[in-house]
Structures are given as structure tokens and as C-alpha cells.
Design a protein around this ligand. Structure first.
Ligand code: ATP
Ligand code: MG
Length: 431
């Protein structure tokens, strides 16, 4: 027999047993971003390669070694999106969404990076991204943090720590860059291969290195906060005091830089110790230069992205109470007439009872095998129609998850009875 084909490494199927948790996570996040006035934008999975190489920067992990890039049949170089900000900015410019107006936008979906797959790190993974354009002050920076804090609260997640830093204005960053390069040059023999290459092209990224030897070197490097100019300092202290007033705890991490090149001023990450090495669940910051850099008018911008796989892992380890998706009722049918009537009755019940999840046994089978399926479906009740019930226009409603007695109900009264049971259930029982 031929070997069955497997999924691409690092690209996961999300199986039916897992989708309820995903939907719950996505619904909750959507509810929170909508509560702050953000609107969804849906973007293509494929973009011209140039969009990412320009916006993310040539000398980043993503552009150097993580992009899925190929020539299409016309010979155009295309790339599966590794992140969403670049596409979002492109779409906003292309459709004039940034002219004389502010925008609060969010998007979600799969991103693609050719990384080494491991727990919390995949080649296809999912993000929800949130971006705000046109707001220069620290108020929007802080509000985004409040929004993320609300997400954790709504999801029942505890233990995420907020780290913040300021990358300064481009001028402040340039001054810091010079000091950092001077320092690193004097320790050139200790730099690893990646860092040596980045020394000239993108030295700030060395601060972000995952190599422990580099982290030791970086620990005594000049620190970014010492190089902030007046404007950056004011923005950052304004931001921090808004967090203080709202009672949001944070730590300033002077070595926090973001992997992407286009950030300036505020940057932040939410980090947890519960996920091992892949502990960042949310990261973002201000990117005032990006729109202009991609050919638009200067436009202040702030945004972040959440890693859904990592959030989901936290959610599952927190034993969150997920909404059920099992059917409430499984309809068991015996005989041709019952099958005919059952299919119609099932739709009548779906029409009459809002939110009812009713699964009809299709494909025949003995009573015994149908009850087995009913049990496996997770349904709280079996609704049984046989010859006798057809003749009497009744049905038997049998609880599957409790010892309560079964009851015979007139078909005309079923909607009310089942509706009543569902209403009781929203107060907390087995449905
Ligand atoms: P890391 O330092 O973990 O590689 P990053 O800086 O590359 O993260 P961003 O580009 O800021 O990550 O993406 C935002 C979030 O998306 C991350 O904080 C993380 O939660 C998630 N994420 C990034 N890459 C992956 C991946 N390969 N698999 C799963 N989640 C990811
Ligand atoms: Mg990365």
C-alpha cells in the first residue's frame, strides 16, 4: 500500500475536538476588540515579496531565513505572509483609508514562517493583529495595553507579565545605535556569526539574540533608555503614567527590542513563564515610520499581534470552562416512516428552538447502534421515533447523562419541552 501523505512539517490540522476551544478564543478576542471600536479587515495570504522585504527589513530573521517565497507562473516573486502589519498598511494605502482619518483595525488568520518547529513555534501559526493609525500620543498606546489586559481577564488567564520599553525617535535610536556599535566593536571577538553580520546592518537586533553568549555580552552594553531624547522620554513617561493610573503592572525592560525593524518609541510584550521557551503571547508597539516608508504620508501607528497557539495552550492549561458544541439532542429513528417524519420534525424543532443543536441519526442502524452513536455524540438527550410514536404522533425523550426517567411527549409539544430544558440548562446542567 502506498504511504499516506502527511501534512507539511510545522503545519497543523486543527481537529474537531480542538475547534471549540479555538472558536471560543477567537470569539472572545473579537468581542474585546469590538468593544474598543476596532473593525475587521481581511487581507490576502499572499503578497509581493517586496512588501515584506521592504517593511520588515532585509536583515531580520523573517526576511533572511523564514519566508515562504516562490515565483508564480508569471515569474513574480510572491511570499506567504509571515505577519499582518505590512499587508494591513499596504491595504490601507491602496484603498485610501488613511486620508484625513484615523483607523482602528484588526485582522486574524494564519501566518507562515519557516522556523524550526517546536512547542509553541510552528511554520503555519495564527495571529490576531490589531493596528491603529493616525494617533500620535501615548493614549492609544496605553489603551491597547488595557485592551490586551481585558483579553486575559475575559479568558481567565493569569500570570502574564507586561514588559515595556521605548525605542525612541529615529534620531534617538541613531545615537544609541552608534554607541552600541562602538561597544560591540570593542568586543568583536565575542560576537557570534549572526551578530557579526548584524553589527553594521541591524545592530539593535543583537539585543534580541536568543544566543545566551550574546545575552551576556548585551547585559553590559549601553542601554537604550539612556539615549532617549526629550520627545521620546515624554512619550514614554506619558505612557507609563497612564498605566500607573489604571493600575496596570509592568516592568521596564531596557533590552526589549522588537524583531521587526519598523518600530519606534513604545514597544511591549506580554510574557508568561508557563509555556517554556516560547513565552511571548503578545507583542507590539509603535511604528510611526512605516506608512511613509512604504510610500504613504507620514502616519503615526501603533499595533500588536497575539499568537493564538500560545494563548490556546495557556487557556487549556488554565482549565477554562469552554462553551459546549456537542448536540443537545440526538434523534434515533426506527423504520422508513420514522425516518421521513424525523427529518422534517428535526427542522421544525430547529426553527422553533433558538440555538438548538440537534443531530439526526442518518445511515440507519439498530436501536442499539444508534444509541451508541447518540452516546458518543455527547448529546444530553435522545429523541426516539419508532412506529408506535409515528402512529400516536409522539416521541420519546430520553436523558442520556442522568438517571432521570424518559418521557413520552406529543410532537406538537416537543419544541416547548426541549426549549424549556435548554433554558434550564443555561442555568448549568448537562445539555
Ligand atoms: P519570537 O521571538 O517568539 O520568534 P517574534 O518576535 O518573531 O516572536 P512577532 O513577529 O512579534 O513574534 O509575532 C507576534 C506573536 O506571534 C509572538 O509573540 C508569538 O506569540 C506569535 N508567534 C510568532 N512566531 C510564531 C511561530 N512560529 N509559531 C507560533 N507563534 C508564533
Ligand atoms: Mg520569530
Amino acid at each position: 500500500m502506498a504511504k499516506t501523505i502527511q501534512a507539511v512539517r510545522g503545519m497543523n490540522d486543527i481537529l474537531p475536538a480542538e475547534t471549540s476551544a479555538w472558536q471560543y478564543l477567537e470569539d472572545t478576542l473579537r468581542e474585546v476588540v469590538h468593544a474598543y471600536g476596532y473593525r475587521e479587515i481581511r487581507l490576502p495570504l499572499l503578497e509581493k515579496t517586496e512588501l515584506f522585504s521592504r517593511s520588515i527589513g532585509e536583515v531580520t530573521d523573517i526576511v533572511e531565513k523564514e519566508m515562504y517565497t516562490f515565483d508564480d507562473r508569471n515569474g513574480d516573486s510572491l511570499t506567504l505572509r509571515p505577519e499582518g502589519t505590512a499587508s494591513c498598511v499596504r491595504a490601507c494605502m491602496q484603498h485610501g483609508l488613511l486620508h484625513n482619518q484615523v483607523q482602528r483595525l484588526w485582522y486574524g488568520g494564519p501566518m507562515f514562517r519557516h522556523e524550526r518547529p517546536q512547542k509553541g513555534r510552528y511554520r503555519q501559526f495564527h495571529q490576531v493583529g490589531v493596528e491603529a493609525f493616525g494617533m500620535p500620543g501615548p493614549d492609544i498606546d496605553a489603551e491597547m495595553i488595557f485592551m490586551t489586559a481585558r483579553m486575559w481577564a475575559r479568558l481567565g488567564l493569569r500570570g502574564a507579565r507586561l514588559q515595556v520599553n521605548s525605542l525612541g525617535t529615529p534620531a534617538a535610536r541613531a545615537a544609541y545605535r552608534e554607541a552600541l556599535v562602538d561597544y560591540l566593536r570593542t568586543h568583536a571577538e565575542r560576537l557570534d556569526e549572526d551578530s557579526t553580520r548584524r553589527l553594521e546592518s541591524n545592530p539593535l537586533r543583537i539585543l534580541d539574540s536568543k544566543n545566551p553568549d550574546m545575552q551576556a555580552l548585551v547585559a553590559s552594553a549601553p542601554q537604550l533608555p539612556d539615549y532617549l531624547d526629550e520627545e521620546s522620554r515624554e512619550h514614554f513617561s506619558g505612557f507609563c503614567s497612564l498605566l500607573d493610573v489604571a493600575g496596570v503592572a509592568y516592568e521596564v525592560n531596557p533590552r526589549l527590542v522588537r524583531g521587526l525593524d519598523y518600530y519606534s518609541k513604545t514597544v511591549f510584550e506580554w510574557v508568561t513563564d508557563q509555556l517554556g521557551a516560547q513565552g511571548t503571547v503578545c507583542a507590539g508597539g509603535r511604528f510611526d515610520g512605516l506608512v511613509e516608508y512604504l510610500g504613504g504620508r507620514p502616519t503615526p501607528a501603533f499595533g500588536f499581534a497575539l499568537g493564538l497557539e500560545r494563548l490556546l495552550a495557556l487557556l487549556l492549561s488554565a482549565d477554562a470552562q469552554l462553551p459546549a458544541s456537542d448536540p443537545h439532542v440526538y434523534m434515533v429513528l426506527s423504520g422508513h416512516e420514522a425516518m421521513q417524519r424525523g427529518l422534517v420534525l428535526a427542522d421544525e424543532l430547529r426553527n422553533a428552538v433558538a440555538g438548538l443543536r440537534l443531530q439526526v441519526n442518518c445511515g440507519g442502524g439498530s436501536f442499539k447502534s444508534q444509541f451508541k452513536r447518540a452516546d458518543r455524540s455527547g448529546a444530553a438527550f435522545a429523541l426516539v421515533l419508532g412506529e408506535e410514536e409515528i402512529a400516536r404522533q409522539t416521541a420519546v425523550l430520553k436523558p442520556l447523562r442522568s438517571d432521570a426517567d424518559q418521557e413520552v411527549v406529543a410532537q406538537s409539544g416537543l419544541a416547548a419541552r426541549i426549549g424549556g430544558l435548554l433554558a434550564d440548562d443555561s442555568a448549568g446542567q448537562g445539555c
